[in-house]
Design a binder for this molecule. Structure first.
Ligand code: URA
Length: 436
């Protein structure tokens, strides 16, 4: 094959053959296709798309570029193969759901191998949040991961470099060539990693709104349908929820403050939206893993496991197994500044993207991959859309160790909070749809 012919085919809106796709991904991973050629092909794919057969082959070729994990050695106490379930969120602001969710699902005997990433841009990363816990470590060997899955049932750790190495290279290239925002490329990127990971069941939380990749419901639905088809085609029981990301989840966006809020949820409290999404995703994971509806397990009730401390027990063991002290005091930012409501009325908008950018600029996120994040930085919300507010009441607290960052954070928040004079606010559902 010739890389230029393949680029021309896609440039002219043609269809790539299975053999062309296999060759392209393999040659790129080996370094036999130049970065500029792959960049041109990605742009042609972004502009002209791929059909379902092409996307499916592209994904399979990325899976084949590396190793696959295998959880079939995990056993239940009575000797059967343990079911596995994973969750993937397409990324949001204040999205700490993995923290309470992984231990919650493990309560019911399902192994949860939650391979996670770090934040880049305005969306936070699960590993950055957990690293706020003194001593906790993200990098585990495969043997450590397996033994934790067997003994504790849940693990949140960094994805090893051997899973879908083609995606690692491709994503770094897309990031700097304006080719991230393509449904075929996003779907194949996410699903190649999940299929290589080897989970039996997968629940996708596809975000819609200002804080998400997908700003409108139609494109989020298309992304969700594409990913569900890829997972199902590869033998992974896959379902997707479309969920709202027009406003942040919960009352915190940052690192340590999101851990603190997750622990509140594990203690049976916490903000209602975080609890609702955690419980619903747990139900979907248990059902996809064959646990919730199965005979004898029909009473699997995740909401009860949050209230009665079973999920908290697994959390404590999960954090301790990775060197963390679940009882240690979390880092606190050195400086804070309050943002006040400008009028009386009802808070009708609190823009997720603006809050995410503010938290990022305060130091909760990083501008370059090599940067460190501040554990204590972020934004604490004191009101959510639908709440009545009075002029002069605190709306948000901005947190950072480096006060010179307050100015740029406040710039990001200009216009983010919209207060209307009165009247009824139509309530916006958090869970918009289910696909699969
Ligand atoms: N997350 C991924 O893993 N890949 C993408 O392409 C976009 C988001």
């Amino acid at each position: 094959f010739d890389a230029v012919d393949i680029i021309r085919t896609k440039r002219d809106k043609g269809t790539l053959s299975a053999a062309q796709i296999d060759w392209t991904i393999d040659a790129y991973t080996r370094g036999a296709i130049a970065e500029e050629q792959m960049a041109a092909l990605n742009m042609a794919i972004l502009l002209n798309g791929m059909d379902r057969a092409e996307i499916s082959r592209w994904t399979a070729a990325m899976v084949a570029s590396g190793e696959r994990m295998d959880f079939s050695a995990l056993r239940t106490p009575d000797g059967r193969v343990k079911a596995t379930a994973d969750k993937h969120s397409t990324g949001g602001v204040g999205d700490k759901i993995t923290l309470p969710l992984a231990p919650l699902v493990a309560v019911f005997g399902v192994a949860v191998p939650q391979l996670s990433g770090r934040g880049l841009g305005h969306t936070g990363g699960t590993l950055d949040k957990l690293e706020a816990i003194p001593g906790w470590r993200a990098v585990l060997s495969t043997a450590e991961m397996m033994s934790q899955l067997q003994d504790v049932g849940a693990v949140v750790c960094a994805a090893g470099s051997k899973l879908a190495p083609a995606d690692r290279k491709l994503y770094a290239l897309r990031d700097v060539t304006g080719t991230v925002e393509s449904i075929p490329l996003i779907a194949s990127s996410i699903m190649s990693k999940k299929i290589a990971e080897g989970t039996g069941a997968l629940v996708l939380d596809v975000k819609v709104g200002s804080g998400a990749f997908m700003k409108d419901a139609a494109s989020a639905r298309e992304l969700a349908e594409t990913m569900v088809a890829l997972g199902t085609g590869a033998g992974v029981r896959t379902v997707a929820l479309l969920t709202d990301m027009q406003t942040p989840l919960g009352l915190t966006a940052g690192n340590a403050i999101e851990v603190e809020e997750s622990v509140e949820v594990l203690a049976g409290g916490g903000p209602p939206d975080v609890v609702e999404l955690t419980v619903r995703l747990a139900e979907e994971m248990l059902e996809a893993a064959g646990v919730r509806g199965a005979t004898g397990m029909s009473r699997a009730d995740p909401a009860a496991a949050l209230r009665d401390g079973r999920a908290m027990d697994v959390w404590n063991r999960m954090i301790a197994a990775q060197g963390g002290d679940p009882r240690a005091k979390l880092p606190v930012a050195r400086e804070s500044e309050t943002v006040y409501a400008q009028a009386d009325g009802v808070l009708v908008e609190l823009d997720a993207r603006a809050v995410g950018v503010a938290a990022w600029r305060l130091g909760a996120g990083r501008a370059r991959k090599e940067d460190a994040v501040q554990a204590g930085a972020g934004v604490r919300l004191h009101a959510k859309p639908g709440d009545a507010v009075r002029r002069g009441q605190p709306l948000m607290t901005l947190l950072t160790d480096t006060p010179e960052r307050f100015g740029r954070a406040k710039e990001a928040l200009e216009g983010a909070a919209v207060i209307a004079a009165g009247g009824d606010l139509p309530s916006r559902p958090l869970i918009l749809d289910r696909i699969g």
